[in-house]
Design a protein around this ligand. Structure first.
Ligand SMILES: Cc1cc2nc3c(=O)[nH]c(=O)nc-3n(C[C@H](O)[C@H](O)[C@H](O)COP(=O)(O)OP(=O)(O)OC[C@H]3O[C@@H](n4cnc5c(N)ncnc54)[C@H](O)[C@@H]3O)c2cc1C
Length: 476
């Protein structure tokens, strides 16, 4: 069967030819589709899976504690994530998230059984963190002094300097007197969770971007936000309603297998919608908002100067360990751990629908060493560790234990990755790229994904001679 997003005669006749196909219904594609539609473009969004949300999604799980809604991985954002927060507003989902009034990260040293906090005050940058740093118990006085100096040096870096991308963050930190402990207890504590890499695996450019934007730009920039509801309620249900309201045609379970230039201009997009079922969509504009390997496979010849650069962008895994206890074990909404294989622990009880006991999720970034370990081995590693960190867990009964593995959770932010990330605009007229892996300047985050979708839409609208909708691009 063949279908076109607009009748072919119209397609030839209509000067504006303002039709678009967006491929990929993650945050990047959803953003691009919404923004193009709001500017008056007729948009079809094609997503291979039966849901929207891409890498930030939820699923149902039958557990001994009842049916729960589980996120594939804990997702947090910061107050400085202006584009993602704009997106939440745009899909009418801001009521489903919590944003701290003031940054407060409880940090528990498992070895010394000592709790510290990374907090901010209302003072201007960088003094907003000074009091917290001065009393941070996980570093010696001398180490704390070196942190202040390194932070000031970081603040002086020019993020537009491409040389930063050639250097690894750990070498730069070492050269600024940061001890192993300082890297572990401070820089990696934040960096691993935001970059999905330890300092030695991370580009200085991306690390500097994270620390400058999050900790050294505006006092509230690093206040932490998270969804109080399952991610699917936001990125699928609410996003779908917003797309419907904007007039976007959403095709789920539609896998795009090919893309070619139409003889009379524009693009023809092949979509497999089931066994033996295929459709062809015609559009003047196409946004490929799929992961880099898929984009590489779909790009027509000549669209990028060096398409194989996309294949040289590595990926990095994130493991989530989910534990359901018969009673509360964690008092805080989340905490970070030091001197422990546990990185960050989040309370998932309310969001999952659990009514008795507590559901905690461990978010383990840069998890190359454990992403393929059997569940039994992970259980043997993490349950005793949770008992060490959370005394209440010692008396608790584990009602369920399971893991979610995202082997290609993010692009690997290795030194050199900056020059591999393409811009939204390709050499092929009307064809754009989006996705957290494109050249946003951000690491692979929801913020980066939304920004990429906004940029692809902005570039497409510029080429179409249409103004961008109000508000959409101010966030970028
Ligand atoms: C476990 C985990 C934890 C994370 N934690 C955080 C966090 O705390 N904070 C944060 O900001 N970010 C976090 N991230 C990263 C964040 O989820 C991603 O950067 C972001 O969601 C990527 O969105 P995207 O739209 O660029 O890509 P994707 O989400 O990958 O979307 C691409 C979409 O394209 C579809 N697709 C692919 N090929 C085709 C095709 N041929 N035809 C049709 N559709 C196709 C896919 O099904 C997918 O839905 C985390 C990621 C994971 C996996």
């Amino acid at each position: 069967m063949s279908r076109t997003s607009m009748p072919r005669d119209d397609h030839r006749d209509q000067a504006a030819a303002a039709t678009a196909v967006v491929v990929g219904g993650g945050l990047a594609g959803t953003t691009a589709a919404l923004t193009l539609a709001e500017a008056g473009v007729r948009v079809t969004l094609v997503e291979g899976r039966p849901r929207l949300g891409g890498l930030a999604f939820s699923f149902q799980r039958d557990t001994p504690a009842g049916e729960l809604t589980v996120d594939n991985g804990q997702h947090v954002f910061l107050r400085c994530c202006t584009a993602y927060r704009w997106f939440l507003d745009r899909i009418a989902a801001s009521d489903l998230v919590t944003l701290q009034d003031r940054l407060d990260v409880p940090v528990l040293d498992a070895g010394r059984q000592r709790m510290g906090h990374l907090r901010r005050t209302a003072l201007p940058v960088p003094l907003h963190l000074a009091a917290s740093l001065a009393t941070y118990p996980h570093l010696s006085l001398a180490e704390r002094a070196t942190v202040g100096r390194a932070a000031l040096a970081l603040r002086g870096l020019d993020l537009d300097d491409p040389a930063l991308d050639a250097v690894d963050f750990a070498s730069w930190l070492r050269a600024r007197g940061q001890s192993r402990r300082t890297v572990e207890a401070l820089w990696d504590l934040v960096g691993v969770a935001t970059l999905n890499a330890t300092a030695d695996q991370a580009s200085l450019g991306l690390a500097a971007m994270v620390f400058k934007t999050g900790l050294l730009s505006d006092p509230g920039a690093a206040d932490i936000g998270w969804a109080r509801a399952p991610l699917g309620d936001l990125h699928d249900t609410r996003a779908r309603a917003a797309l419907d309201a904007a007039g976007v045609t959403t095709v789920l379970r539609g896998r795009v297998g090919g893309l070619r230039a139409a003889p009379d201009g524009g693009w023809l997009v092949d979509v497999a919608t089931g066994p033996g079922r295929a459709e062809e969509l015609a559009a003047g504009t196409v946004v490929l908002a799929v992961p880099q390997q898929e984009a590489h496979g779909l790009l027509p010849d000549g669209a990028l100067a060096d398409p194989d650069a996309l294949l040289r962008i590595g990926t990095a895994p994130i493991l989530n360990v989910h534990v359901i206890y018969d009673r509360p074990v964690l008092r805080e909404p989340f905490l970070a751990a030091l001197d422990s294989p546990v990185q960050w622990v989040f309370d998932r009880t309310g969001a999952s629908g659990l009514t008795e006991g507590q559901y905690v999720a461990l978010s383990q970034s840069a998890a190359q060493d454990e992403i393929d370990l059997p569940v039994a081995e992970l259980r043997a590693r993490y349950l005793p560790e949770l008992e060490r960190l959370l005394p209440a867990a010692r008396a608790a009964t584990v009602r369920d234990f399971f893991v979610t593995r995202e082997r290609t959770a993010t692009f690997a932010p290795t030194p050199g990755v900056g020059r591999l990330r393409p811009a939204a605009r390709t050499r092929a007229p009307g064809l754009y790229l989006a996705g957290a892996w494109t050249a946003t300047g951000w690491p692979a985050t929801m913020e980066g994904a939304v920004r990429s979708g906004l940029r692809a839409a902005r570039d497409a609208l510029t080429e179409l001679g249409r103004p961008a909708p109000d508000g959409a691009l101010e966030a970028v």
